[in-house]
Ligand binder design. Structure first.
Ligand code: NAP
Ligand code: MG
Length: 464
């Protein structure tokens, strides 16, 4: 695909207000792929106006028709799946099989789930002498990160459209080509002009203008806690709805009765997928003191199977590379022991980090507290179950987690005590219909499935 040199606003590709552009690089070889326009507040304003103008008609469109459009969007994305996967692979650096199966396959399924939900959801309910209408919140400003470029977009745009909202999307500066492809797919289904709009640009310029715009009723943001905090404050001051999907430092708790080898292997795989650039990654592995040395050996052997290049792609950009290496060095400085990988560049070119396993990590270390967003897993020793729980709950985050035990009920009992939004029991599979979102500083609100849909609805009660 050749990049568009404009914004997608009011149903057409339009020249940007300014002349600045963003260079899109391939993190595998650091070569230029293309340029996209860097949007300004003026572009954002035009997009929000288009979304406002389109709102009344889209909100009044019967849910069955909105469902049909979402089904067409799912089909359109499916028809372009190879182009999408190749684009994500190029601008994110994800190995092609992962780009195909996860980065592309998952969001297509999510788009389909919202076609189904728009068709089946009861947008009206009776409570005593009241009829409660679930109405769209209005214009949505969606700000997305680069780690799962299409998934993060679909997670917001599909439920918003299903609810009857209109949308302005500001995607991550590192992965705008996927966003342009998504806009093409939206255009092809003949969605009414203005229902979906795309402004590419930089976070502090276009993103901030969108978050601050009076014409936006709900800001949905996924990304760093630092930016999320700022967006939450801005939205709060304007008494505007806000959804924040922020970072994580999820615990993989391996109880003594668990199948240790399986728990460690799946745990390492969970972190290495997408080169560790997953907000829900189980970056802390909690192991009982008696099994700790064996777990360290298993983990370093598991990490060795993730060869840099074909199985583990690069990080998205040079800034993330510096950041992740900095964390690895910090881990060593604070006394943790590297048993696999390290901060040295594993390849001559590209933003690669070797799959890294740390042993002798204590709960208060920086690498056990802060989100690294790279292929780095920290093994932490615990003495008993209460100690494990204290460690698991001992960060500001609470996005995901895992518990492994010989007995499912034992794992469930532990999971119920964890301060976190999702827990996988003995390797339970990702469910794209289950609510996804954080406890504590991992965020506000939920994405996916029916819980993701209701984020975009507000209630009106009529009394009879
Ligand atoms: P980020 O800056 O928070 O980026 C997320 C999105 O917000 C991007 O579209 C970004 O635009 C935009 N943005 C940045 N500053 C903004 C502002 N002042 N107002 C409005 N929007 C703004 O995250 P990052 O710098 O790419 O990554 C840094 C760290 O965030 C990572 O190391 C990781 O720990 C965390 N992170 C978490 C997730 C997650 O899924 N929870 C995803 C990505 C990153 P630009 O693209 O122009 O920056
Ligand atoms: Mg940024």
């Amino acid at each position: 695909m050749k990049a568009h040199d404009g914004m997608y606003i009011d149903g057409e590709w339009r020249a940007a207000a300014g002349r600045d552009t963003i260079a899109v690089l391939n993190p595998v070889d650091e070569q230029l792929i293309d340029h996209v326009p860097a949007g300004t507040a003026e572009d954002v304003d035009a997009a929000v106006r288009a979304a406002r103008a389109a709102l009344p008609a889209w909100a009044a469109t019967p849910p069955a028709e909105r469902a049909a459009k979402l089904a067409a969007l799912r089909d359109g994305l499916l028809a372009r799946k190879d182009e999408i996967a190749a684009t994500i692979s190029a601008e994110l650096g994800a190995p092609l099989p992962f780009a195909q199966a996860v980065q592309t396959g998952l969001p297509i399924a999510v788009a389909g789930s919202y076609a189904d939900l728009a068709a089946s959801y009861a947008f009206e309910e009776k409570i005593g002498n009241s009829t409660v209408h679930l109405e769209p919140v209005g214009v949505v400003g969606a700000i997305t990160p680069w780690n799962y470029p299409l998934h993060q977009i679909v997670n917001k745009v599909a439920p918003a459209l299903a609810a009857g909202c209109t949308v302005v999307l500001k995607p991550a500066e590192d992965t705008p080509l996927t966003a342009q492809l998504f806009a093409e797919a939206v255009h092809d289904i003949g969605l009414p002009a203005g229902v979906f709009n795309l402004v590419t640009g930089l976070g502090p310029v276009a993103g901030q203008a969108l978050a601050e715009h009076d014409g936006v009723d709900l800001v949905s943001f996924t990304g760093s806690t630092a930016v999320g905090r700022q967006i939450g404050a801005t939205a709060g001051a304007a008494v505007k709805r806000v959804a924040l999907e922020l970072g994580g430092k999820s615990a993989n708790v391996i109880l003594p009765s668990a199948d240790l080898a399986k728990a460690v292997n799946v745990g390492v795989a969970n972190v290495m997928g997408n080169s560790g650039q997953t907000c829900s990654a189980w970056t802390r592995m909690l192991v009982h003191a008696d099994q700790y040395d064996e777990a360290v050996e298993l983990a370093s052997a598991a990490a060795a199977k993730y060869t840099v290049g074909d199985r583990v792609g690069p990080l998205v950009n040079a800034k993330q590379l510096t950041r992740v290496r900095g964390y690895i060095d910090k881990g060593v400085e604070e006394g943790a022991r590297i048993v696999a990988g390290g901060s040295e560049a594993p390849l001559e070119r590209g933003y690669y980090v070797a799959p890294t396993v740390f042993a002798d990590v204590t709960p208060e270390m920086t690498i056990a507290q802060e989100e690294i967003f790279g292929p780095v897993v920290s093994l932490i020793r615990y003495e008993d179950e209460d100690d494990a729980l204290r460690i698991a709950n001992g960060t500001v985050y609470g996005l995901a987690g895992a518990v492994w035990a010989g007995d499912e009920a034992e794992a469930v009992a532990f999971a119920r005590r964890m301060d976190t939004g999702q827990v996988d029991i003995n390797g339970g599979r990702f469910n794209p219909l289950a609510p996804f979102g954080g406890y504590k500083q991992s965020g506000v609100g939920r994405e996916l499935g029916v819980h993701g849909l209701t984020e975009y609805l507000q209630t009106k009660s009529l009394q009879f």
